[in-house]
Write a protein of this length. Structure first.
Lengths: 493, 118, 540
């Protein structure tokens, strides 16, 4: 059973190699390979999730070296959730990318490498191993962003690379402090040993790790790479990266803060707590304000992510069972909603050429599916019940109320209005203005030419599926959260 | 204070490298220099780990040599990190090649001008 | 009281939401599309009405859909208070459906499919508000109602309509946030949000300061849609929407979902005893009294008929809130009962009367494209039945006997007098006079003036008004009879029966409620609610 855990990381890596090799035989053969790998990944994730939720945590030691000396992989309810999310989203984006491109084999090789990196980050129980997967994820993400055919993509990717590397390096520095202090890298082992360690070193480790991950999560003011990267990337990549990369980084933050440092550390260290609360609050407010002032839709969505991840960090800062469940629910919900929004933005651009806010005028006439899905996803993002956007906010807000963090509660509840501020103007333009004429459907985002791309059934179906999921998941949240509760309680104990 | 600096000189050097790396990444206008800055930054971290493994009077961690050995684990970790660093540099240089092909420049300021003219 | 597990409440909520699909699907075939609207309206009315007998017998239909999020059961309960609102909304939706068809076709509007679909969705959300069994489910439908009505407000797509839409969203979502914050506070204090007759027990033992804060947040949130001053200013702007929307949604369903929320908070979350104990009922009553007087004064100055009606709505909604607040702060006894009955009965009474008034304004707009009162001189000749209905409904608004408004206002007056709040009695009476002052000129202009011979209006342009107040005419001649509007017979030649029928029906409803209130089912339901609330108050 536990071999499946290793397989979850190995399958996409082998898929990645297979896509490269297949490319030697026949070009444009990467897509089927990627589909096979992602379907296998979904199956593995489903099996692991069933076991993790049913029988409890699965552990696996790599190469037979027992923890804490060897590398340990661990799948609890939290990791299983991330595994499932990664598998499903990457498969869904594939359905979209079939027509929207890019189509080259190297693209799909890197695509699967990203899946492998994200999966690795989710299952590892070793801090240094997490760094390695963080870098693999980063490398793959930089390359994917650069796969757009415009120079803009390369510039965005280089900026992303420089900032992202600093983030990962700071994380590594933090890991170094923790290691010097305790002589171990296994998370569970660290947790027991950090208690007796030199507090100065522990504080330094916490600060470096958290700030490093803040860069990866794109918490304001460390978010600067994100809007360029999302706006410069091809649509399918923007969707994949926005849905998964920051999400898994936030998961890593949650994992490190609670598994390694523990609740007690946060409770005893005002400053540590203040870093999280401050980052969260500033992100929520500043992200929304910046989103309002954007004229390009994809940049607006990117800033919206800054704001939404502020909510997740807020939940991590609150740190009781309800809030952490809220963090997980919102991570999953945000991935579905934001990924869906980027795909919708891509669909709209393919059908009508509209990429800027003012070009969305009267969109409902030109792209009814796109406008409809965008509307539903925007409403979900604002947090109108019963969508998943509401469920996440509700858990986080109840968590804030339970812990008596009134200021944070006000920000969380008020974030609804801030989100409304930037989505309402788009919705208004889409449905209540007459279309402007001078737009041509964009022929773009296909790196290696090929026939002219119109929107395919697969693209429309993916977009509609995301919109439906955003509503349907909201109703399934309670059942899920009850399964997740034991995991969170273990995490907090 | 002097004493502290003298006994912790490796750490001092590693944080000096971090500082230099950060400065170059921010201040240099040329993309290649930015990547060099990134490399210096990472080297600072490598030195930090290796310095932590050092033990006064110890031998390299090879079984044929007499103990005490310096801690082998950080060496292994940093070997991995160096590989990652090389891969990153390669990807970064690849992007720079593309930027040069597209815009015909490697400096940030000129690039801004070119892109504003787009 | 027994609870009957049943699918009925859910079906009543969903039937019109389901109808959205065929309405959109048949967007190119207007007759098929409109049949779906009518079908859904009739089905909804049937479903809601079928639950009334059980409610009067003290039984409650319940649909349990499991747990939504922690602390929150997703349950729909058709209790008396909920049925009052649901029955009202679904009855009037049937009428409004026909009227909408006449109105939209009469004006040959664009986006009719979107209009009818949003309308159906809005009514679904309104009934959902009615049947919500706890604060979160109520919040859920309250927000959905905002989302569903937004396309109706911004329907015209003009700059003005879009601005009104933005304002509408900002106000109502702002209110939603306050409701959410208040709900969270209630969760924090009590661990539940379920509506309980007589109030949630744990709340009584909670920290009074926090309980007051929760009360303030909830009332502020619901007060936005109930248009309590100073949160009312979205409502007059929203009048840019098509008139059936102004009629059913912005005089009945949407605004009363706010009032209904206030009622739930007072009666079923805090309970009237606790409201009295916390001393917050008096504050709410004072705000309501202020609103109902000031809004009446502002209404005097509005020349656009729909805006005048909107301010009248702001004022009348505060009658309801005042009744509820006085009833709650009187803490049991007959005074509380009278005030509650008055307030609650004013929900249907105002609905029938205001719907008539809006329908008339809409008919005038469709037939003559006249929106301003100053241009309506002599319009009673052109549209005798319409303006006749208008006069009846206006009389009811002013509290003249034999129309619905009299009964509810009578109860309100008794309530405030017997609870000793004479200041509120005075406010009610002043507002009653103002009601006459802003409605009488409309009726007078329509029937007794012509385009050439306009007279001064009492209070607005002269203390007494009338022709004597102006300078004497030089030739002493009488105003000629040739107004801008041709004279038509009172047999329905003035408009299509699709519009005229609903106008007459709504006016007749207002009269029935006024003449034989005991026969109309609304008073029975209201009595039931008031007695439960006050009885609980005494026991607790």
């Amino acid at each position: 059973m536990s071999d499946l855990v290793a397989l979850a990381v190995a399958v996409p890596i082998f898929g990645s190699l297979a896509a490269l090799v297949a490319g030697l035989v026949r070009s444009e053969s990467g897509w089927p390979v990627a589909v096979v790998a992602c379907v296998a990944q979904v199956a593995i994730a489903a099996r692991l999730a069933a076991t993790a939720f049913g029988d409890g945590t699965i552990t696996y030691v790599v190469g037979g070296f027992e923890a804490p000396y060897g590398i340990e992989l661990l799948v609890d309810g939290l990791a299983a959730t991330m595994l499932g999310l990664i598998a499903v989203v990457s498969l869904g984006v594939l359905a979209y990318a079939r027509r929207a491109g890019p189509r080259s084999n190297p693209f799909y090789a890197v695509y699967l490498l990203l899946v492998a990196g994200l999966t690795g980050m989710s299952v590892t129980a070793d801090l240094f191993n997490m760094y390695v997967f963080l870098e693999i994820t980063g490398l793959a993400a930089y390359a994917l962003v650069a796969s757009g055919d415009r120079g803009r993509s390369a510039v965005a990717a280089l900026k992303y690379l420089l900032v992202g590397t600093v983030g990962a390096s700071l994380f590594l520095l933090g890991v170094g402090y923790a290691y010097i202090d305790t002589g171990t890298l296994n998370m569970a082992d660290l947790a027991t040993k950090l208690g007796d360690a030199d507090p100065t070193l522990v504080h330094a480790a916490f600060a470096f790790i958290v700030v490093g991950l803040f860069i990866k999560v794109a918490v304001f003011p460390l978010h600067t790479w994100q809007p360029d990267a999302y706006a410069g990337a091809p649509d399918s990549v923007a969707a994949l990266v926005s849905a998964l990369v920051s999400t898994v980084a936030a998961y890593a933050l949650l994992r490190v803060v609670y598994t390694v440092f523990g609740v007690g550390f946060l409770a005893n260290n005002e400053l540590a707590h203040a870093i999280l609360v401050g980052g969260a609050t500033v992100s929520i407010v500043a992200g929304s304000l910046l989103a309002v002032s954007q004229s390009e839709v994809k940049r607006m969505l990117a800033y919206s992510s800054v704001s939404q991840f502020g909510l997740v960090v807020a939940a991590i800062a609150i740190g009781n069972v309800t809030a952490l469940m809220g963090a997980v629910v919102h991570l999953v919900g945000h991935a579905i909603m934001k990924g869906g929004l980027f795909l919708t933005a891509g669909l709209v651009a393919t059908e009508t050429g509209a990429r800027r806010v003012e070009e969305f005028d009267g969109l409902v006439r030109r792209s009814p599916v796109g406008a409809g899905a965008f509307g539903v996803l925007a409403v979900a993002m604002v947090g109108v019940p019963p969508t998943v956007g509401f469920a996440g906010k509700w858990y986080i807000a109840v968590g804030a109320a339970e812990s008596g963090s009134w200021a944070l509660l006000a920000v969380i509840v008020g974030s609804t209005l801030l989100t409304l501020a930037y989505f309402a103007r788009l919705v208004e333009r889409m449905f209540f203005r007459e279309p402007s004429d001078d737009l041509e459907p964009a022929i773009e985002a296909v790196a290696d030419g090929g026939e002219a791309p119109g929107a395919s059934l697969g693209m429309r179906a993916t977009v509609v599926a995301a919109a439906v999921a955003a509503v349907a998941l909201g109703l399934a949240v309670f059942g899920y959260s009850q399964h997740l509760q034991p995991t969170i309680e273990v995490l907090l104990s | 204070m002097i004493d502290l600096l003298a006994t912790r000189d490796y750490y001092l050097a590693s944080f000096l490298l971090l500082g230099v790396g950060t400065y170059v990444m921010i201040a240099a206008r040329n993309f290649v220099k930015k990547v060099i800055g990134m490399n210096i930054f990472q080297t600072g971290i490598f030195l930090f780990f290796i310095a932590a493994a050092y033990l006064e009077g110890a031998n390299p961690p090879v079984l044929t040599m007499d103990g005490p050995h310096v801690s082998p684990l950080p060496h292994v970790l940093i070997l991995t990190a160096i590989v990652v660093g090389v891969a990153l540099t390669a990807v970064a240089l690849g992007m720079i090649v593309r930027i040069y092909a597209e815009y015909g420049t490697l400096t940030e300021d000129t690039l801004e001008e070119v892109r504003n003219g787009e | 009281m027994t609870e009957i597990p049943s699918i009925l409440p859910l079906a009543a909520v969903l039937v019109s939401a389901v109808a959205v699909v065929p309405i959109l699907a048949f967007r190119d075939r207007p007759n098929v599309r409109e049949s779906w609207t009518v079908l859904a309206a009739l089905a909804k009315f049937g479903l809601v009405a079928s639950m009334v007998p059980a409610a009067l017998a003290g039984d409650v239909y319940v649909t349990d859909l499991g747990t939504l999020v922690p602390y929150v059961e997703f349950t729909l309960r058709a209790d008396s208070l909920g049925l009052l609102f649901a029955l009202l909304a679904s009855t009037l939706w049937v009428v409004t459906s026909f009227y909408s068809i006449g109105y939209m076709r009469g004006l040959d509007e664009d986006h009719q499919a979107r209009y009818f679909a949003s309308f159906a969705a809005s009514v679904s959300a309104a009934v959902g508000v009615a049947f919500a069994s706890n604060l979160v489910v109520l919040y859920l439908f309250y927000e959905l109602l905002t989302v569903a009505t937004y396309p109706l407000v911004a329907h015209d797509g003009t700059d003005e309509a879009r601005a009104a839409g933005r304002k509408y969203l900002a106000y109502t979502f702002g209110g939603g946030v306050a409701v959410l914050a208040g709900t969270l506070l209630v969760v924090y204090l009590t661990g539940t949000t379920a509506f309980t007759a007589g109030g949630i027990a744990e709340l009584a033992s909670a920290d009074p300061t926090l309980a007051r804060a929760a009360f303030a947040l909830l009332i502020t949130g619901f007060g936005v849609k109930a248009a309590l001053m100073p949160l009312h200013s979205w409502l007059p702007d929203a009048m840019v929407a098509p008139t059936p929307v102004s009629g059913l949604l912005h005089a009945v369903a949407v605004v009363k979902s706010g009032v209904f929320g206030v009622a739930r908070v007072l009666l079923d979350v805090f309970g009237i005893d606790l409201v009295a104990e916390l001393g917050v009922g008096g504050v709410l009553a004072a705000v309501a009294a202020f609103t109902l007087v000031v809004a009446s004064v502002i209404a005097l100055r509005q020349d656009n008929l729909k805006r005048r009606l909107a301010f009248s709505t702001v004022s009348q909604l505060s009658y309801i809130v005042l009744g509820l607040a006085v009833g709650a702060s009187a803490a049991g006894g007959d005074a509380a009962k009278w005030a509650l009955i008055g307030g609650l009965l004013h929900i249907p009474a105002h609905a029938f009367m205001k719907l008539t008034l809006f329908f008339c304004a809409g008919a005038i707009h469709v037939e003559t494209h006249t929106d301003d009162i100053s241009n309506m001189a002599g319009i009673g000749r052109r549209m005798p039945l319409t303006m006749g209905a208008f006069a009846v409904a206006a009389a009811g608004m002013a509290g003249i006997p034999l129309v619905a408004g009299f009964v509810s206002k009578y109860f309100l007056l008794i309530g405030t007098v017997s609870s000793g709040d004479l200041a509120f009695t005075a406010a009610l009476l002043v507002s009653g006079v103002l009601n006459i002052a802003y409605f009488w000129p409309v009726v007078y202009t329509a029937f007794f003036e012509t385009a050439e011979g306009a007279d001064e209006k009492p209070l607005v342009s002269g203390i007494l008004g009338g022709r004597f107040a102006r300078e004497a005419r030089a030739d002493g001649g009488h105003a000629d009879d040739h107004g801008a509007f041709e004279r038509r017979a009172a047999n329905g030649a003035e408009s299509t029966w699709l519009m005229l029928g609903p106008i007459l029906f709504a006016a007749a409803g207002a009269v029935v409620l006024g003449v034989v209130p005991d026969a109309a089912v609304f008073l029975q339901i209201v009595r039931d609610v008031a007695e439960t609330a006050t009885a609980m108050g005494v026991v607790a």
